[in-house]
Write a protein that binds this ligand. Structure first.
Ligand code: EPU
Length: 417
């Protein structure tokens, strides 16, 4: 187990460069194998989730060469192997291979995907799309056997705007017969990024990033060259950090449009931020005031930023109300924030934060990726030493975190225990 140790309450100044978006990269990589040629991805974040995808590619006989932030994927000798359960259970995004292998071979066998335990996270919407396109799905002990004589475009309306189902629907339909329409689609920027790359490979996808996506099937796809969009959740996390303890902290390589909902809320709380074309400058504010948030699919307030934002709310004067509408289990950071001195009360999907309260370092546990980020921010703000156990979760989604934070003046280390 990895432990992150932080000596908090230091002013943080300098520059943080934001990496490529985790939730784009983890979809782009499985989508690359649809091509009949090499694809080069740049601005790929150096995080452990990408290492797992690389292992899966190796398992499928896909040649991979990786150098710092780029990856070249050569699927020309790929085999439709069963991905072992101990790999697919490591991350949610493993189920994007379900769609790409089904699209390419009309047959796939795969186990239920993994991912942070932040809710029940079923995959029924993806299976609904596959079935409607003509596939047969058999499930036995978490193993899905999916096959189709052919995949035919159809008109499908999702029960909720699921990111994963929208990506899977797009991937599955790129090589289908006819035209596929996905309604009530998720609108996250990462979905647009996937569609942009697939269109470069020769796909015909329109409307990605809106709630209606239309895909006209093509016979085959080529490779391409594509750069991953900046990670809006990493950016948001560091902007919040700047508001907590920054000394004119520069967060570079940001698309401000992608985090508008966060920056609007920060401004509402009285945060001292300057938003430029591709960067944000965040400075400590000792006079933050409370606000209310409700998580929603994009362009609403991102559920992935809810936990880091709750850390900020502990430093805002007054009563803040938080409603988590996407995941039923995304307050696992709260008992630890309270242990550090916060005053937060959780009732099912609702949390009430009473601020502001001083935070003091202590031993806490990261229960999932963004809970870990929330505790990391709290530790950097708190007086004294914070030890975050199970910090492996944080490394799933934040690249070079020790280096990035050390460069701006944080006292932080990571070790095995
Ligand atoms: N849902 C269903 N059935 C489905 C699919 C989803 O009921 O078939 C429900 C989920 O249980 C959840 C809601 O719909 O309550 C939204 O789920 P969605 O499918 O949109 O989420 P996801 O694709 O599993 C991605 C990100 C998450 C992020 C969510 C929401 C990846 C790999 N993961 O998950 O990221 O929270 O979208 O924006 O892209 C993270 O980065 O920490 C993270 C968890």
């Amino acid at each position: 187990m990895k432990v992150l140790e932080i000596e908090g309450n230091k002013p943080l100044s300098g520059t943080i460069n934001i990496g490529g978006a985790k939730n784009s990269a983890v979809a782009l990589i499985p989508a690359c194998i649809l091509g009949n040629n090499l694809t080069t991805l740049t601005n790929v974040p150096d995080i452990t989730d990408i290492n797992v995808l690389e292992e899966i590619l190796n398992y499928l006989g896909v040649k991979v060469s990786r150098a710092s932030q780029s990856i070249i994927i050569d699927p020309r000798e790929m085999k439709n192997n069963l991905i072992p359960d101990d790999l697919s259970c490591k991350l949610r995004a493993s189920y994007y291979f379900m769609a790409s292998l089904l699209a390419k071979y009309k047959k796939v066998e795969m186990y239920f995907p993994g991912g942070c335990q932040i809710g029940s996270r079923p995959i029924d919407q993806t299976l609904k799309i596959f079935r409607k396109m003509g596939a047969t799905v058999k499930e036995e002990d978490c193993l899905f056997r999916i096959s189709a004589k052919k995949l035919v475009g159809c008109d499908v309306t999702l029960d909720m705007p699921s990111v994963g189902a929208t990506v899977n629907g797009i991937i599955a339909a790129t090589l289908c017969e006819g035209v596929m329409t996905i309604r009530n689609a998720a609108r996250e920027p990462e979905i647009e990024d996937v569609a942009d790359m697939l269109n470069k490979m020769g796909a015909k996808i329109e409307g990605a990033g809106t709630s209606t996506v239309k895909i006209t099937g093509v016979k085959e796809l080529d490779g391409c060259f594509h750069s991953v969009i900046p990670d809006r959740i990493e950016a948001g996390t560091y902007i919040i950090l700047g508001c907590l303890t920054g000394d004119y902290l520069h967060i570079n390589n940001v698309n401000p449009e992608h985090i508008k909902n966060l920056t609007d809320k920060l401004i509402e709380c009285g945060a001292d931020i300057v938003i430029n074309e591709d960067n944000v400058i965040a400075n400590i504010s000792n006079n933050l005031t409370s606000t209310n948030i409700e998580t929603k699919g994009y362009p609403g307030f991102a559920t992935d930023l809810q936990q880091p934002f709750v850390t900020l709310l502990t430093q805002a004067t007054g009563k803040s109300e938080v409603e988590e509408t996407i995941y039923e289990n995304r307050y696992m950071n709260v008992p630890y924030l309270n242990k550090m001195g916060a005053n937060i009360d959780v009732n099912k999907r609702h949390a009430t934060v009473l601020g502001k309260t001083d935070l003091t370092g202590c031993e806490v546990e990261a229960t999932d990726l963004r809970a870990g980020a929330s505790l990391l921010l709290a530790g950097l703000k708190a007086k004294g030493t914070t030890k975050i156990y199970h910090a492996d979760y944080i490394l799933r989604g934040y690249e070079d975190i020790i280096e990035k934070l050390t460069n701006i003046g944080a006292k932080i280390s990571i070790y095995e225990e």
